[in-house]
Design a binder for this molecule. Structure first.
Ligand code: C5P
Length: 230
């Protein structure tokens, strides 16, 4: 299990300060929509300057026509990040096109598909996808697996079922992790680290419980200590 820290602070300066305080830990850095739109490629480069070995997950959740997604995926690859994601609902042609394009690169990032956003509750999810979260997330995961993706973004509650329906090596990354039961905020399907482990989550994503803590570095240490016991 690898901890993925969401760099969701309001400025590049604050995010880089957080990254700097975590430079000696074995953690992944998640760069999201907000910071990438605001700070762009320079932010990725600044992270690598802090620690060239930082693993970077670019969480842009691409969703467009297949050719545009594959073009964007190539640009993401050129940024030198280690993982990025697309929306599974973009469909199997989009998945195939993206993977075919990236497979020509000697070194490509891991590609994950978003199944159901963890902020969805059952009723709001059904309104869009006309099926329950569990059923649809598993269906999206199988589709992603069959089209050559490396894994999916799903809530911790769906991780084990998804691995059972695909492969144990098929990666699961789960946001909405409240390591020790902290405040859920707008997340609907949260899970503790303990549950994430039972559910065989590969990458627990933690944002607010770390960056809103009075001592983020200490919090990361506590999380890593628990992870090391799994
Ligand atoms: O603060 P919190 O721990 O809830 O942060 C979760 C992070 O994971 C945020 O950056 C959010 O955008 C992201 N995310 C999510 N649900 C998804 C995919 C990504 O919450 N399905």
């Amino acid at each position: 299990m690898k901890l993925c820290v969401a760099l969701d602070l309001p400025s590049a300066k604050e995010n880089l300060a957080l990254a700097k305080s975590l430079k000696d830990y074995d953690v992944w850095m998640k760069v999201g929509f907000r910071s990438y739109i605001r700070d762009g490629k320079a932010f990725i480069e600044a992270l690598k300057t802090i620690n060239p070995d930082f693993k970077i997950f670019l969480d842009l959740k691409l969703y467009d026509i297949p050719n545009t997604m594959a073009d964007a995926a190539e640009e993401v690859t050129k940024l030198g990040v280690d993982m990025f994601n697309i929306h599974a609902s973009a469909g199997s042609v989009a998945m195939k096109t993206v993977m075919q394009r990236l497979n020509s690169y000697e070194k490509r990032p891991l590609v994950l598909a978003v199944t159901a956003l963890t902020s969805f509750d059952e009723a709001n999810f059904k309104e869009v996808y006309e099926k329950g979260i569990d059923e649809k997330a598993e269906q999206f995961a199988i589709m992603s697996y069959e089209n050559g993706l490396d894994g999916v973004v799903c809530s911790a509650h769906e991780s084990k079922a998804i691995k059972n329906a695909t492969s144990n090596d098929f990666l699961t990354l789960s946001p909405g992790i409240r390591p020790f039961g902290e405040d859920a905020g707008d997340q609907q399907r949260v899970a503790t680290l303990e549950l994430a482990n039972t559910e065989r989550v590969d990458f627990p994503v933690v944002g607010r419980p770390i960056y809103k803590d009075k001592n983020p570095q200490e919090k990361v240490e506590e999380i890593l200590k628990v992870i090391s016991t799994f």
